[in-house]
Design a protein around this ligand. Sequence first.
Ligand SMILES: Cc1cc2nc3c(=O)[nH]c(=O)nc-3n(C[C@H](O)[C@H](O)[C@H](O)COP(=O)(O)OP(=O)(O)OC[C@H]3O[C@@H](n4cnc5c(N)ncnc54)[C@H](O)[C@@H]3O)c2cc1C
Length: 400
Amino acid sequence: MDFELSQEEQIFIDTLSSLLEKELMPIAKDIDSNKVTTYDLFKKLGKHGFLGLLNSEKYGGANLTMKLAVLAAEQIGKNDPSLATAVLYLLDTAWSYIVEKYGKEEVVEEIIPKMARGEAFVGICSTEPTGGSDVASIRSVALKKGDNYVISGEKIYISGVKEILENDGGLVTLVKTDIEKGRRGISAIFVPLKHVKNFEYSKIENMGRMGVSTSILKFNNTEVNLRYLLGEENKGFYYAMEGFVTARILVAASCIGAAESILNYGISYIKNRVAFGMPIAKYEGIQFPLADLYSRLEASRLLIYKTAYLYDKMKENKTSMSEVTKYSAMSKLIAPQLGVEIISEVMKWLGAYGYTKEAGVEMALRGIYSYYIGAEGTPNIMRIIITRELLGREYLPYKE
Ligand SMILES: Cc1cc2nc3c(=O)[nH]c(=O)nc-3n(C[C@H](O)[C@H](O)[C@H](O)COP(=O)(O)OP(=O)(O)OC[C@H]3O[C@@H](n4cnc5c(N)ncnc54)[C@H](O)[C@@H]3O)c2cc1C
């Protein structure tokens, strides 16, 4: 495994990093308090070639490795630790990749160039009010009628609906096309939300990542042209799992970026804050948790880099999807939890100041909690995936 970046890769990351320091870091608190929208910054990322990192150049993408996409996710998390910007970036990167891989040429041409310019957002629409973890049990259905699928059903906690309606784009939507079957009856249909009728949406108020919307979405016989089916009918579950594997690596990297920025802030604070005549950084009660958390942060970062390395190897057919799935789940299991621990510890170092909005630490805690509790898959589901890969499917705690 090579940690060196080529000159081109280094320039890419340095350019992104200085753009984010100049344009994102100063407005991160304003994004959290809804004074400015995240999407404006997202458009700038598109304008400067930092979207569609996993998409082909043919469609306006950057055709980069997962290694680079991970480094970019870290930088975005670092500069907006509320994670709102990272949410848009990582969903868009992962699900656009799936749209290009499985979408019909005309759909890919319609969506991906716009997305890469930041004019359209691509997200995932899987979770339903009856549950998110058990994807095979979704109830939304799509029936064929002439040239269209007619979709009905209710989805919930869907990120980016407002952003799509105000700009453009769509959602990789999981529906049953064979209701008799579980995961083998699911299809993935790209729903270009702005261009279809007969749906309702309402916003859900979350505790964190305020700059990006989360919604309930009700499809009431929503007609979507057949060309928007991704890949083959009844194989959508497997495309979705590939999307989640991709997204989870970027989630983990974003969490590490946010945690690192808060830890660095904590380090400068403890060097300056004096109590009992000494900087609090001199006390072992502060130093030892710092040493532990920093060590675990680096260990977690290395795990994510290895996962990205394996993902890139998988694309060259040099390792299996199953190996990458396991590593992606391990990264997603560890990074958000560690992020919660790091940010909570730094809040304590800051004393009362840590509890204020001004410090900008609590917005990171609220943001990272979304990934700790379960956006892109809960910790228990990550554990089930890891043990499934280690022990075999026959040890799954439920019937498939
Ligand atoms: C901020 C936010 C944004 C989101 N954005 C999106 C989005 O854009 N698109 C989308 O489709 N979804 C989205 N989600 C939903 C997310 O994918 C789901 O929350 C997640 O899949 C878990 O589903 P659930 O919340 O219904 O929990 P449930 O599936 O009901 O699980 C509840 C609890 O039971 C545990 N559990 C379930 N099964 C088992 C088991 N077999 N063994 C042990 N424990 C188990 C879970 O780990 C969890 O702790 C978002 C969620 C959040 C919080």
